[in-house]
Ligand binder design. Structure first.
Ligand code: PLP
Length: 438
């Protein structure tokens, strides 16, 4: 299967024959196939190379084929490929220890899941069990995963056809560029979004609410970096009404924003942290919940009614240990912060200054969105047909983008260097110039 003799066309035809794809009608074949990768680059079966500005689904933080992580998976595979979650396993304990080591003090236990959705699923369950309450409040501009409760906690369109879980309530969060609150300053946006959230909590009945679940920095919804004071204000609301705060760090966590956790930028302390993606750059599927000591202690003498066959799978655990060690040894989180501050952020702001199509750029670390508009005055989003042409232009020039609605999310692996940042942004520049001409 790995054979170099395959062509893109053959791989795509075989895929179309038997693979049923996510979030799409199945009638047309997928457009791209990939054969291999290294660092920040991927290549297809026909020899075309791509610079990855997507990190796939914003998960390949350490880049492709990090040798230490590949080796750790191989070593674990040669030792013990699987073990039930009820047994102790040294690699699993090490993985949990590494995760607790980068989490704030007072978060000593980790419940492992298969990915991000079931991390949120189990965090919500813990909150409901611990508080004895039912409802979960989350934001409309959010994605929390594609399982029963996680997809209903999700705010975006993906919730609507899947609304089969109960006990979920939504509120609008801050997004100054398209404020729901007629705000014109970050201070107003924070104050009014917090007022709205508190009114939703009051109107729903605080005694019926278990938790507020938020992405620290909403990712797929547009890299919506919260304005100063917002997350601290949410914590205060949670405390005022006895609710738990679950921060979803599935996309933003483990280095993406230039910190181990995105909430570190905002001086807020959650009760439960959910993670996946960056914890091992997706080399093996895994996610989990990092549990604060009081929540963990609530299950000392009480059964936690939940589990998964592959919870803490040794191949995933080995990849987590090696990823966190590599990130520490190589300063990858610090690099994400400095490449964002010194190169990616300035280059994207320069694009915004020169292109009328760019309404706003925002982000942190290697987590940015370039929001495209038809008209900067009305801020009307660039329509889908134009976005399709822009995406095609980027791909044609060898840049693999993450395009969402009217935005290009610029989310490369955190190991990207200044030259590759410049190369990728130059391609975006060229494609925007071409789009403006047409
Ligand atoms: N939470 C956030 C913030 C995400 O971005 C995602 C996936 O994109 C998920 C949860 C779901 O993770 P998974 O696809 O691993 O289930």
């Amino acid at each position: 299967v790995v054979g170099a003799a395959l062509s893109n066309a053959a791989v795509i035809a075989a895929d179309h024959e038997h693979v049923f794809h996510s979030w799409s009608a199945q009638g047309s074949p997928v457009p791209l196939a990939f054969a291999g990768g290294e660092g920040v680059e991927l290549w297809d079966h026909d020899g075309k190379r791509y610079l990855d500005f997507s990190s796939q689904l914003v998960n390949v933080t350490i880049g492709y084929q990090h040798p230490k992580v590949v080796e750790a998976i191989q070593r674990q595979a040669a030792t013990l490929t699987t073990i039930a979650p009820a047994h102790a396993n040294a690699t699993r304990s090490l993985a949990a220890e590494r995760i607790a080591g980068v989490a704030p003090d007072g978060f000593e236990k980790v419940f492992f899941t298969n990915g991000g959705a079931d991390a949120n699923e189990n965090a919500m369950r813990m909150a409901r069990l611990v508080t004895g309450r039912d409802k979960i409040v989350s934001h409309y501009r959010s994605y929390h995963g594609n399982t029963g409760a996680a997809v209903v906690a999700t705010g975006d369109w993906r919730r609507v056809p899947n609304e089969f879980a109960r006990g979920h309530v939504h509120a609008f969060g801050p997004y100054l560029y398209r404020s729901e609150f007629w705000a014109t300053t970050p201070e107003q946006e924070t104050e009014r979004a917090l007022h709205h959230l508190e009114r939703v909590v009051q109107a729903e009945g605080p005694a019926s609410i278990a938790a507020i679940l938020l992405e620290s920095v909403p990712g797929t919804a547009g890299v919506l970096v919260p304005p100063p004071g917002y997350l601290a204000g949410v914590r205060a609301i949670a405390d005022r009404y006895g609710l738990l705060l679950i921060l979803d760090e599935v996309m933003a966590g483990f280095g993406r924003t230039g910190a181990w956790f995105a909430f570190e930028h905002f001086a807020v302390r959650p009760d439960l942290i959910t993670f996946a993606k960056g914890v091992n750059s997706g080399y093996v599927p895994v996610g989990g919940v990092i549990i604060s000591d009081p929540v963990a202690a609530a299950f000392d003498d009480r059964i936690f009614p939940g589990g998964l066959t592959y919870s803490g799978h040794p191949l995933a655990a080995a990849s987590i240990v090696a990823t966190i060690d590599a990130m520490r040894d190589e300063g990858i989180v610090e690099h994400a912060a400095s490449i964002g501050e010194d190169h990616l952020g300035p280059a994207l702001r320069d694009l915004a200054a020169r292109h009328a199509l760019v309404g706003e750029v925002r982000g942190l670390g290697v987590f940015w969105a370039v929001e495209l508009v038809e008209d900067p005055a009305t801020r009307s989003p660039l329509p889908p047909a134009a976005m399709v042409r822009i995406k095609a232009g980027l791909l044609e020039r060898g840049l693999l983008p993450f395009v969402q609605d009217n935005r290009i999310h610029v989310v490369p692996p955190a190991v990207i260097g200044a030259e590759d940042v410049a190369r990728g942004v130059a391609i975006i520049d060229e494609v925007l110039t071409e789009a403006e001409r047409s």
